[in-house]
Design a protein around this ligand. Structure first.
Ligand code: FRU
Length: 521
């Protein structure tokens, strides 16, 4: 009787099993589908599947894949003991999440840093047949921090022999001891081909320090830059140093992030244009230049190993409120990957940036456009139905730069304004009415970017569910800003005020873009 009971039970379970599995799989797929579909989840910008993310780290291209590591705390939507999260992409648009790459250890949390491909196995940590990928990062020791010590931060390395899938920390860590500076972090390492050596630029409080190495394990300090140069409202972080061509000459650009003193309050990224001879970076620049003028681009860096193209990505937030932006299951997003260029205007060099060209492939359909003729004030209004799809908008003017305003609005009554004010010769964003903006108290009402050339305005604008990126005048004036509308915007209106001196026509074209996540359409 007993055995027949068991038989019957197992028969019943067998019968139910497919149904149960189907139910479980269905729930899993549904849960997956909901991820990346949540309200305010960007559809064009990288976000972690869940939990806290800050700076992009370890940007390196290898064998057809762009690697993106990032500051990650996998247990909460707030900053915590730092790990390196990891994602890869073939086109810098669609991303595949990977397992966590680096975990905190006895030397501390894994703070920001970079990654290189050690093609010639200079480190000896791989082999000729399997050259290693090397991550160079800051170890931040929370016990020393708590004890009020100075030598809290040191530089360490880890290596991977399977293109970033699995990692081992180097046994001789740290590779650079603390030189007696409390804030000593965020090493960016690159190969300096003319002298067959590695160079590191690392933030050290009120300056950057440069080191060099033949093997990535033994480092020698070679120079410093920054004391008394540019903005020093708070400590410097996340430096980068790279060459860019401007016409026939090659200049070097140093970028550094600063937690305070940014162009529109809060944090920002400044840059210096100069020369680098393998030992010292020198710059004649006397003014303070900002990589962009929006409040929400910080701790950005560029990819290594991209054959001459300088591709950049930043953390889209401001240190004034990074931990307070509205969030549910994840917090933190990155800018659109951008291509840097250097332009010489009246004897001065300017850093320009545009979204990488591959984004044009994301265009799904044109939703309309319109033109306001040169002679009058006027308005073009577009309603779009596919709520939540990212938008690309271009604005062009014909003969002269003239004032205009773009207003995005939603059914729930939220609105975001972007415009050009000719009297002030500046672009602005007004996000005060753009939904839940409580977190941004203390920031100014208007976000301003100076117009750098006198040419007619020409703008390339990306609008995602909770952010806008504005690239004006070939990327000379750039602004990135977050906002949190109650429902997605579904209307855009271009208006031109009475401006009798300015007879220029203004046109607008608007396109819906595809969503980048595999499980969204
Ligand atoms: C910049 C930063 C870096 C540091 C990291 C810690 O946002 O403060 O200087 O390495 O974040 O998460």
């Amino acid at each position: 009787m007993c055995s027949s009971y068991i038989d019957r039970l197992s028969y019943a379970v067998k019968g139910l099993l497919p149904g149960l599995l189907w139910l479980l799989a269905g729930t899993f797929v549904q849960a997956q589908d909901r991820i990346y579909q949540e309200a305010n989840r960007p559809q064009l910008h990288f976000t972690p599947r869940a939990h806290w993310m800050n700076d992009p780290n370890g940007l390196v291209y290898l064998n057809g894949r762009y690697h993106l590591f990032y500051q990650y705390y996998p247990k909460a939507i707030d900053w915590g003991p730092m790990h390196w999260g990891h994602a890869i992409s073939k086109d810098l648009i669609h991303w595949q999440q990977q397992p966590i790459a680096l975990y905190p250890d006895r030397l501390g949390y894994i703070f920001s840093g970079s990654a290189v491909y050690d093609k010639n196995n200079t480190s000896g940590l791989g082999s000729k047949a399997h050259p290693p990928m090397i991550a160079i990062f800051t170890h931040h020791d929370p016990r020393k921090e708590k004890a009020g010590k100075t030598d809290v931060e040191t530089q360490s390395i880890a290596y991977s022999l399977d293109e970033g899938k699995t990692w081992k920390k180097y046994a001789g860590n740290p590779v650079i001891a603390n030189p007696g500076v409390r804030d000593f972090r965020d090493p960016k390492v690159f190969w300096y081909a003319p002298q067959h050596k590695w160079v590191m630029v690392v933030a050290a409080s009120d300056r950057v320090r440069l080191y060099t190495s033949k093997n990535l394990t033994a480092w020698t300090e070679i120079s410093q830059f920054g004391l008394g140069r540019g903005s020093h409202a708070s400590v410097w972080e996340c430096p980068d140093l790279f060459p860019l061509k401007a016409g026939k000459s090659t200049k070097w650009v140093l970028t550094v992030s600063e937690g305070n003193g940014g162009p529109n309050k809060g944090s920002g990224i400044q840059y210096f244009v100069g020369d680098f001879d393998g030992t010292a970076f020198v710059s004649k620049q006397t003014d303070t230049r900002w990589l962009e003028y929006g409040p929400d681009d910080y701790a950005g860096n560029s990819w290594n190993n991209t054959a001459g193209r300088r591709l950049y990505i930043g953390w889209m937030t401001n240190l004034m409120y990074a931990g307070q932006v509205p969030a549910t299951t994840w917090r933190g997003q990155l800018t659109i990957p951008r291509k840097f260029e250097l332009v010489k205007l009246k004897g001065r060099y300017f850093l320009c940036q545009q979204p990488i060209a591959a984004f044009e492939k994301q265009i799904r359909k044109k939703i309309g456009g319109g033109k306001i003729s040169g002679m009058q004030a006027g308005m073009v209004s577009l309603q779009y139905e596919d709520n939540g799809y990212p938008l690309k908008i271009s604005i062009r003017q014909k003969h002269q730069a003239a004032s205009f305003e773009l207003t995005f609005s939603s059914a729930a009554g939220d609105s975001l304004k972007l415009g050009f004010d000719r009297a002030k010769n500046g672009y602005y964003i007004d996000r005060q009415g753009a939904g839940n903006m409580d977190f941004a108290h203390g920031m100014g009402r208007l976000i301003w970017a100076p117009k750098i050339t006198a040419a007619p305005c020409s703008l390339n604008i990306l609008v995602d569910r909770n952010c806008i990126e504005v690239f004006a005048d070939r990327g000379l004036s750039v602004m990135t800003a977050l906002f949190f509308p109650k429902t997605p915007f579904n209307q855009v209106r271009l208006s031109k005020p009475e401006d009798s001196e300015r007879k220029t026509a203004i046109s607008m074209e608007a396109y819906l873009l595809r969503r980048i996540w595999a499980n969204s359409k």
